[in-house]
Design a protein around this ligand. Structure first.
Ligand SMILES: Nc1ncnc2c1ncn2[C@@H]1O[C@H](COP(=O)(O)OP(=O)(O)O)[C@@H](O)[C@H]1O
Ligand SMILES: [Mg+2]
Length: 322
């Protein structure tokens, strides 16, 4: 019995009617009950609940959501033994893989469409430019043609965003000064911040933070997060950027005083094309998510009525990044 107690796997013994006669500490922990609570449990009820997969979502006492795989084996003398394995991590990984798959197929689709649009667009632009040249210099219609060309350029930029999204990019990893990357990203969004009357405040640790990463992709991630923060503050506000050095990893937090992310959309903001903005595309965060993943990092956020804080966590030396 002492050996059973020490096992990191949950073990329960049941008699032939399914009543639990013994459960080790790990099993009790997974079930979130104490010895007394065992009286209410019948193992046949547990494993039959989802006989196809024998996986059950449970909460521990600490209220963490965990996924437990149950497997039941009959014992020779009647009764049975039930093993409980915590497969939360596997479950989480499966979800991540599904998300990456979804991103990849959206990428293929958009790059296909973007390609089809780019060629005729180039034709339209050439024609518009030719027309522009045919018109006499002071012709008032020149303004119309310029407008057409301007809108074509805008579309072209949009298409480039799609290509960026689709391209299975090779990372170009260097050792970089993270403060410089953040400063560059801040520089790029300075005008938008000023227009929205958003005060940008940066906090850096005294020592230089060196990190192996793709600087231009990292800058893209930060710009996306900064712009979202600014766009969440219609009537001005404050964006705080903190860089924290944590030995083997770094954290960049971006806190805004904006309107927050409504609870019912929080699960979807990283989905491609999910947007709540009239002129949004909804690719910023899904691209950022992918880039950070490629660096073996994670993006998380907390949000409330007082604003939103995004945290990008990156290992200093991403695995597999040559
Ligand atoms: N800092 C933030 N504050 C409030 N909402 C945010 C914030 N960042 C992201 N969001 C939400 O996530 C959605 C998706 O963001 P994103 O992928 O960048 O696409 P887009 O900015 O084009 O809408 C936004 O439309 C917005 O609803
Ligand atoms: Mg955005």
């Amino acid at each position: 019995m002492e050996i059973l107690e020490a096992l990191p796997t949950g073990v329960m013994l049941a008699d032939s009617s399914g009543s639990v006669v013994y459960a080790n500490g790990t099993a009790l922990g997974y079930l979130g009950i104490d010895e007394k609570g065992l009286e209410d449990i019948n193992v046949d009820g547990l494993t039959e609940r989802d006989s196809a997969r024998k996986e059950t979502l449970m909460r521990t006492r600490g209220n963490d959501r965990i996924t437990i795989r149950l497997s039941q084996a009959p014992l020779a003398g009647g009764g049975s033994v039930v093993f409980l394995t915590d497969i939360s991590e596997i479950h989480q990984l499966q979800k991540e893989i599904l998300k990456m798959d979804k991103l990849a197929s959206v990428g293929e689709l958009t790059s296909g469409i973007a390609h089809e649009i780019r060629n005729p667009l180039a034709g339209i632009k050439t024609t518009a430019q030719a027309l522009n040249e045919e018109l006499p210099p002071n012709d008032h219609r020149k303004a119309y043609v310029s407008r057409i060309i301007m809108e074509i350029d805008r579309l072209n930029k949009l298409l480039l965003t799609f290509f960026d999204f689709a391209r299975p990019r090779e990372l170009s990893i260097h050792s970089c000064d993270l403060k410089k990357i953040i400063e560059n990203a801040v520089y790029m969004i300075k005008d938008s911040a000023r227009e929205s009357r958003v005060q940008v405040i940066e906090f850096y640790p005294p020592k230089k933070v060196q990190l192996r990463a793709d600087p231009s992709l990292m800058q893209q991630v930060l710009m996306n997060i900064f712009l979202n923060a600014i766009q969440a503050m219609d009537s001005g506000g404050r964006m705080e950027i903190h860089l924290n050095d944590r030995d083997d990893h770094v954290e960049i937090t971006v806190a805004d005083t904006g309107k927050g992310i409504p609870e019912n959309v929080r699960g979807r903001i990283f989905d491609p094309f999910f947007t709540t903005k009239p002129k949004g595309i909804g690719l910023g965060l899904s691209i950022s998510y992918r880039i950070v993943k490629m660096h073996s990092g994670i993006i998380t956020f907390v949000s409330g009525p007082g604003g939103t804080t995004f945290v990008v966590t990156l290992p200093k030396d991403p695995v597999g990044a040559g």
